[in-house]
Design a protein around this ligand. Structure first.
Ligand code: GLU
Length: 284
């Protein structure tokens, strides 16, 4: 079996990330499996190489050793593009040039990621010779779900689930400023890396409905999921550096002992004011 921790180098890690890494690491070790580290560095506008290096140093400081080479999404762009082409060939993607403001103005429902795309571009005629360079490509979720048929998945903590990918509306899979969306890249990578147990925070529980659909469309193996609780502040909100949660790097540079912090997280002893929320579908 194999788990992974997949930080995005667009900000420093905090104790919530440390907890996620400890969960992924310890589940692998407890079951004689492997623990991979994957740097999700394809958000070209926000990813910073120095933060990826900081994250590796944070994990080492926590005493969490990963197996094999660090995987970097930026080295895998061709595989995301190929999967995108395959979905286009199946007629499941359509180009969209709506701005956020246009979507917000036309949207009538909220999904787990915010406003559900109102479908403005879904039936728009596309000139194949036209310049689509600036477009994002959205998944026609209803069409894709009809093609895939009923899908089930299992979360170790929440039990068997029936996939309801339509709760997100037509998600973006390929975009102009980043070669692939989180949904497409993470799903492909978990398959490529042979991840059998996808561990991550409960805030991403709903995303697994979409990932399960993508697995069916792209003939990918289906892992088991383990969505763990989230560390929250006294007001119930997720930790965030902008709300004053010190980063792991700050703690490391201040001379704190990382292995002791990891041990405390294992024992569910959290820094002052922080607690573990076990509910699923936490707002992100
Ligand atoms: N890069 C994602 C994050 O930092 C990882 C989510 C996942 O584990 O699937 O939230």
């Amino acid at each position: 079996m194999r788990t992974r921790f997949a930080p995005s180098p667009n900000g420093s890690l905090h104790v919530g990330h440390a907890y996620a890494a400890v969960v992924a690491h310890d589940l692998a070790r407890a079951r004689g499996g492997e623990f991979l580290l994957r740097v999700e560095d394809i958000d070209g506008t926000r990813s910073r190489p120095e933060l990826a290096e900081e994250h590796l140093a944070d994990l080492a400081w926590l005493g969490l050793a990963w197996d094999g080479e660090v995987v970097r999404q930026s080295a895998r762009l061709a595989s995301y593009a190929a999967a995108g082409e395959r979905l286009k060939t199946l007629g499941l993607l359509y180009p969209c040039r709506c701005t956020r403001a246009e979507i917000a103005a036309a949207a009538t429902a909220q999904g787990p990621d915010g406003a559900i795309y109102p479908g403005t571009c879904r039936h728009r005629e596309v000139d194949p010779a036209g310049d689509l360079g600036g477009a994002a490509w959205r998944l026609d979720v209803a069409k894709a779900a009809a093609l895939a048929g009923p899908l089930a998945w299992v979360d170790e903590r929440a039990g068997p689930q029936v996939a309801t990918p339509e709760v997100f509306g037509d998600v973006v899979l390929l975009r102009k400023e980043a070669p692939a969306s989180y949904h497409l890249a993470a799903t492909l990578d978990d398959a490529t890396d042979g991840v059998t147990l996808v561990t991550r925070g409960a805030d991403l529980f709903a995303a697994s409905h979409i990932h399960r659909l993508l697995q069916a469309l792209l003939d990918l193996p289906v892992p088991v999921w383990h969505h763990h609780g989230l560390l929250v502040e006294p007001d119930g909100r997720k930790l965030a550096k902008r709300r004053g949660s010190p980063s792991l790097a700050d703690r490391r540079h201040a001379g704190e002992d990382g292995a002791s912090l990891a041990q405390a997280l294992r024992a569910h002893r959290f820094p002052a004011g922080i607690s573990l929320s076990q509910s699923l579908n936490e707002a992100s």
